[in-house]
Design a protein around this ligand. Sequence first.
Ligand code: ADP
Length: 442
Amino acid sequence: MTVGSLLRRAWRQSVARLLLILCGAAALGLLLGAFWPLLALAAFAILAWHYWRLHRLLSQLYQRRRLRDIDGRGLWDDLEMLLHRRQNEGRARVKRLLGLVRGYRRAAALMPDAVLLVDRESGRIDWCNRQARALLGLDAHAPGAVGTVFPGNAVQGWFAAGQSDEPLIDQPSPIDPNVRLSLRLLPYSPEQWLLVVRDVTKLLRLEQLRRDFVANVSHELRTPLTVVHGYLDILDTEDYPELEPMLTEMRKQSARMSQLVEDLLTLSRLEAQEALAQREVVAMAPLLATLRREAEALSAGRHRIRVLDEARVDLLGSTRELHSAFSNLVSNAVRYTPVDGSIEVRFERSPDGGAVLSVQDSGYGIPAQHLPRLTERFYRVSTSRARETGGTGLGLSIVKHVLNLHQARLEITSEVGKGSRFACVFGPEAVAEGLPEAGGEA
Ligand code: ADP
């Protein structure tokens, strides 16, 4: 039966019952000679019955009791039946949702990582899985708050900033500082974070092993390479004209190997530092003059080179590292720009009070798909061209590490056939203020 016909049937039954009772009372009243009193009595009885049904229904609802599943014989029965269905549907939905929540919790509990549900505002831990208890020593019934579990400022600052896109790596476990953890925040709901904590001790140990290995091998290669280099320098091609092409190639290759070893050692040194040991004032005017000399020496008159100092401020950081980064960019610009191209090194202020050192060239340019991977070690757009120009594939990696240490970033824009621009963007805190501001060519 459709809803409409069910409703019509209920109304019909109710009205028929009402009329039957009223007519019965009226007939009896006429018979007994008390028409109005009996009609009024019947009306009152009907009203009382309705109130009684209403009262019964309300008290059942107030007491959250299950309503009866009755086959409708009137409006009240239908109302109860419909409410009973609603109750059943509600219960089924709650049951399904509970099942889902339990399922999620079971899945979270089975995860090999520690998982914590944390209140975004207060940092209170609302729930945690078994691994969280084992890894962080939490009490299942009173897990506490993020601030008490990780008393260090690093975690608290990171949590307060809600940095869900940047995991916090290499934090000591609160129960054993030798266990190193990585922390990641996932937006669970508008009120809660899902904090996933992973034991990365082994991973970090392997990473350290790799770094030590590369540093040691590079270090060990340095001495034999210096010896080979030395002997090659002693050998005069005039004495052995027949060996000239061979000696030239050997010198070129040994110079490349030395550069590779030096770059690897630089990278190892940079990786070993978490922050700059000390920040000195990096005098930019002489540094820019040095960059100009280096570019001119490398270009040997094959390019137009301009160095502009529009910022006329100094930076704060490490002169040695910044020089290494900037000269890598300049060297790339010279090496990847064909003869007669132009190269411009510009040092300028940025609107936020920081400074930008950019190296722009009119060279080959880089296809867009390579840009995101350019700062990876040994990543090259064109291996043959890089080899031709004597690159090691580590230059931009070094630049990225140096800039990271200075809380600066590298911005790369490039168009194939038109040229590239590599910009080192420094924040206001990296600028040493107090120097006269004026524009001009360095
Ligand atoms: P490499 O020592 O090979 O130059 P880098 O790390 O310095 O290594 O650069 C990585 C790759 O990026 C290079 O091999 C080259 O393909 C590309 N590249 C870097 N700078 C430029 C530039 N100014 N113009 C075009 N391509 C560049």
